[in-house]
Design a protein around this ligand. Structure first.
Ligand SMILES: C[S@@+](CC[C@H](N)C(=O)[O-])C[C@H]1O[C@@H](n2cnc3c(N)ncnc32)[C@H](O)[C@@H]1O
Length: 230
């Protein structure tokens, strides 16, 4: 048996008889515990509040995401589902939106809200903290807004995203900039990785930055990066 440490994600590659098992440590233990212990209505208030810049700028964000009729889009870490609902309107009946989350309560809420909005093109997917559980080559776009810093096993999750994307697929990561001395204390305490670290982690999992849309998006605390497969 031979062992070697790889990359930015603390991946331990264990070679066994020519096979390869990848074990990844949890980089943010407990980061998602609060979702289990708090009422859903409170999360609706927090995620869809006018003090949250990604909510205020949601129309611009969806426009820049380039979602159009017939596309298949995965909103990974969909939360209360306001982006998934907006994407459902954009992709239309020829397209599909996968609303993916680790919390069943969020998915039940999304099923209700899209039914009330009359959308029949949204499928909820209960994923795990290691895999989006999306089918291979099933989507044109994976969208993650304020989710990357909640990934406990980012290497494994990114690998599952890469598998789910079609060859020309794109992955959007919107997340908090973490800049010591500049960012709010809450961000410094809550967010694990700064922008450069996230880019390096994505690079190590087979992605490269295609576009930086931060300025166009109007976001000030968050960056907006579009990745494609390397
Ligand atoms: C801060 S919320 C963002 C929700 C939504 N994207 C938004 O911007 O309003 C983070 C979400 O990521 C989900 N999440 C955490 N870890 C995840 C994982 N490994 N895979 C998918 N979703 C995850 C949480 O359950 C939660 O809904």
């Amino acid at each position: 048996m031979m062992r070697s440490r790889l990359g930015f994600l603390g991946l331990m590659v264990v070679l066994v008889g020519g096979g390869c098992i990848v074990a990844e440590r949890n980089v943010s233990p407990g980061i998602n515990d609060s979702y289990e212990n708090t009422e859903l209505t409170e999360w609706v208030g927090r995620f869809e509040g006018e003090s949250r810049e990604v909510f205020i700028n949601r129309e611009k964000i969806v426009e820049l995401a380039g979602v159009s009729s017939g596309m298949d889009v995965a909103d990974v870490g969909a939360g209360t589902g306001f982006f998934a609902e907006m994407f459902a309107g954009k992709v239309g009946p020829e397209g599909k939106v996968y609303a993916v989350d680790i919390l069943p309560g969020f998915l039940e809420h999304i099923e209700q809200r899209v039914a009330e909005a009359g959308h029949q093109n949204v499928e909820t997917v209960l994923c795990t903290n290691r895999s989006t559980r999306l089918p291979p080559k099933s989507v044109d776009l994976v969208f993650m807004c304020d989710v990357y810093h909640h990934l406990e096993y980012p290497g494994s999750s990114l690998a599952s995203i890469r598998r789910a994307l079609r060859p020309d697929g794109r992955m959007i990561i919107i997340d908090f900039d973490r800049i010591p001395g500049v960012s709010r204390d809450w961000i410094l305490g809550h967010v694990r990785a700064d922008r450069l670290t996230v880019v390096k982690e994505a690079l190590s999992m087979g992605f490269e930055v295609e576009k930086n849309l931060t300025q166009e998006s109007g976001l000030e605390e968050n960056y907006f990066l579009v990745f494609k497969k390397r």
